[in-house]
Design a protein around this ligand. Structure first.
Ligand SMILES: Nc1ncnc2c1ncn2[C@@H]1O[C@H](COP(=O)(O)OP(=O)(O)OP(=O)(O)O)[C@@H](O)[C@H]1O
Length: 299
């Protein structure tokens, strides 16, 4: 389990992170979102043991992460600009990681190289940005890490490759309980793959929740009536947001799906639909100030 307790990090006088606490279970995919400069990379570098926190604790399975070479064997970190030695080919980089990770698999490396159709003899720095990222994934997954830390993982990848990468990541989580920590600006991408969500704003984690829990409690209702929406229904539903689109009214309603549907059907609407919200919509409707921050984060 990954844990941060009351963690703070300053750069000179600037507080980049303050009182950050989180815990991530093995086999979970945790997505961290936040605007530019919110503190995502700083948090990730603390998790990866690159930075030392000023106060608080950063542990994996109860052991401190910073300067813990044993633990680093379990972690693979792909930064927003993947690391390569200049002039190294993918094959040479693979040899380097094979020496770093006892869990490295040559067989997996060969399979992944074939799947992505990568030229192993070409210098990595001469590949395009998207290709360099694909190579980073090939190397990371061949190391079979227990924890994979990703900073803006899909940046520069085309839709076909994104899908390929997502499937591979989900497979590793399902088959060998790899834990993934993803930082991204892209809420849709996070929604697609993560089971837990954290939002960071100005160095503070302002929300952490299980994705299903977030989704089960809020719904979009579309209704139309011959003589307008009954007042008593509106009072009961107490919507977070209402909108009129022609003769159809749209409500954002919190509560249990079955109970909401029953109450609406009892009023004999002409049109009735109850739809799930996207993660983006949930944040925007439910969280006021945070919603505003999210609007600026979503791409
Ligand atoms: N090495 C450093 N020295 C001084 N300030 C830093 C350093 N690293 C980060 N900061 C500052 O800490 C804050 C958080 O930066 P961080 O890179 O963690 O944000 P981020 O959420 O990853 O941003 P982005 O989405 O733009 O990549 C920023 O204001 C940044 O300027």
């Amino acid at each position: 389990m990954i844990e941060m307790k009351d963690v703070g990090k300053r750069f000179d006088r600037f507080k980049a992170l303050e009182k950050v606490s989180l815990s991530i279970q093995k086999g979970s995919i945790y997505g961290l979102i936040g605007s530019n400069g919110a503190g995502k990379t700083t948090l990730i570098k603390l998790l990866a043991g690159i930075y030392r926190q000023d106060h608080g604790e950063v542990t994996i399975d109860g052991s401190p992460v910073y300067e813990n070479t044993g633990l680093k064997q379990k972690i693979f970190y792909i930064p927003d600009h993947p690391f390569v030695f200049s002039h190294y080919t993918t094959k040479q980089m693979a040899r380097f990681y094979k020496n770093c990770y006892s869990s490295w698999s040559d067989e997996r490396f060969e399979k992944l190289a074939e799947l992505f159709e990568v030229n192993l003899q070409k210098k990595i720095q001469t590949f395009s940005k998207g290709w360099q990222r694909q190579i980073a994934f090939i190397l990371a997954l061949s190391a079979n890490p227990e924890i994979l830390i990703l900073d803006e993982p899909m940046d520069g990848l085309d839709p076909v490759v994104r899908k390929k990468v997502k499937n591979l990541l989900i497979n590793d989580v399902a088959e060998r309980e790899m834990t993934i920590f993803i930082s991204s600006h892209n809420l849709r991408e996070i929604e697609d793959i993560c089971d837990h969500i954290g939002i960071i704003h100005s160095g503070t984690l302002i929300l952490q929740k299980e994705l299903d829990e977030l989704k089960a409690d809020i719904h979009k209702v579309q209704v139309a009536y011959r003589d307008g929406v009954p007042n008593h229904l509106l009072k009961k539903l107490n919507p977070l947001h209402t909108e009129k689109r022609g003769s159809v009214s749209l409500f954002i309603v919190r509560g249990d799906e079955d109970s909401i549907a029953r109450q609406i059907r009892e009023t004999n609407p002409v049109i009735f639909d109850l739809l799930p919200l996207t993660l983006e919509e949930i944040f925007i409707y439910e969280m006021g100030d945070i919603g505003y921050a999210i609007k600026n984060v979503v791409v």
